[in-house]
Design a protein around this ligand. Structure first.
Ligand code: NAD
Length: 280
């Protein structure tokens, strides 16, 4: 086992610490998850982002158990699926995720989507806060919440989410939502940080020149940009050499001018679903 990657840690509003860089496992096949997460842990990742709907919590759990890494050195996130929302169903959904992961607690439990179809995000949030009291979820947060959804739950509870995990990459920088959630100390987690590979980073103005200037890949520049923006980021890859590449971002720094160039690449381009328009 190699040393942990030298990622900074951020302090969440509840006092817990989160490694700023991790690995996401969306679209990782159940029978591949153990190998992929084992590779990541060997490379030095200590933060894994999964979800009940990814159907790979068991494999993630097996990799954790086999690694022998002390539990307190890991940061594991999973998410409540939409059809499990509700005061009556949320606690059992977390128990089932813990069972699949083979863990006593997760570091972070998220409401995966506001899911307007169900209309239960407020009562679900209140249930999440109660789960935090049980210790089965050290921290609780949300994902894909828009301003209105955040306002709804903050008005109904004394506890703010520690994070909102939202689609965020150089072509969708979400500055208005980030400013809105910052008023409650809510950290932003970027999903799809590489645009899910659905557009070519080289087509963004100035991006290729910045990569060339640092002798880094386009993906390394994007990950470095997230880190310097203060975002929490967990790019997904199945390939070990890319895990190494994506973590090799601590030996260079983007200048203020380069950060400004990337800021100007924001096009409001969504590659995933809009939270108001989900039917799942
Ligand atoms: P991503 O932006 O991380 O892109 C993944 C794609 O980039 C893959 O196709 C991969 O092959 C490619 N890639 C990774 N590293 C590369 C490299 N060095 N060079 C070239 N290509 C590379 O997209 P994502 O997986 O959707 O997002 C990351 C994580 O965010 C997910 O795994 C998941 O944990 C989380 N997520 C959450 C939600 C949500 O609704 N909360 C939605 C999507 C993803």
């Amino acid at each position: 086992m190699t040393d942990a990657i030298p990622t900074p840690h951020l302090t969440l509003s509840d006092g817990h610490s989160i490694p700023q860089l991790g690995l996401g496992v969306f679209l990782v096949e159940p029978d591949e998850a153990e190998r992929i997460v084992s590779d990541a842990l060997e490379v030095g990742y200590r933060h894994i982002d999964t979800a009940r709907v990814y159907k790979n919590e068991e494999g993630v759990g097996r990799a954790i158990a086999k690694s022998g890494i002390p539990r307190e050195e890991l940061f594991i996130t999973t998410k409540l699926w939409n059809s499990d929302q509700g005061a009556d169903t949320t606690p059992a959904a977390l128990d089932a995720s813990l069972e699949r992961l083979g863990l006593d607690y997760v570091d972070l439990y998220l409401i995966h989507w506001p899911a307007p179809k169900y209309g239960k995000h407020v009562e679900t949030w209140q249930s999440m806060v109660e789960l935090r009291e049980t210790g089965k979820a050290r921290s609780v947060g949300v994902s894909n919440f828009l301003e209105q959804h955040l306002d709804d739950i903050v008005a109904a509870s004394d506890v703010s989410p520690v994070v909102n995990q939202i689609e965020l990459h150089p072509a969708l920088q979400q500055r208005a939502l980030r400013a809105h959630q910052a008023q409650w100390g809510i950290h932003t987690e970027s999903w799809g940080p590489l645009g899910q590979g659905k557009y070519d980073l080289a087509e963004l103005p100035g991006f290729a020149a910045i990569a060339e200037a640092h002798g880094k890949s386009l993906q390394q520049v994007a990950i470095r940009w997230h880190l310097q923006e203060g975002l929490i980021v967990f790019p997904k890859t199945n390939r070990r050499e890319r895990m190494v590449e994506n973590a090799d971002v601590f030996d260079f720094e983007l200048s203020a001018e380069q950060m400004a160039t990337i800021a100007s690449a924001d096009q409001g381009l969504r590659v995933g679903a809009h939270p108001d328009n989900t039917d799942f």
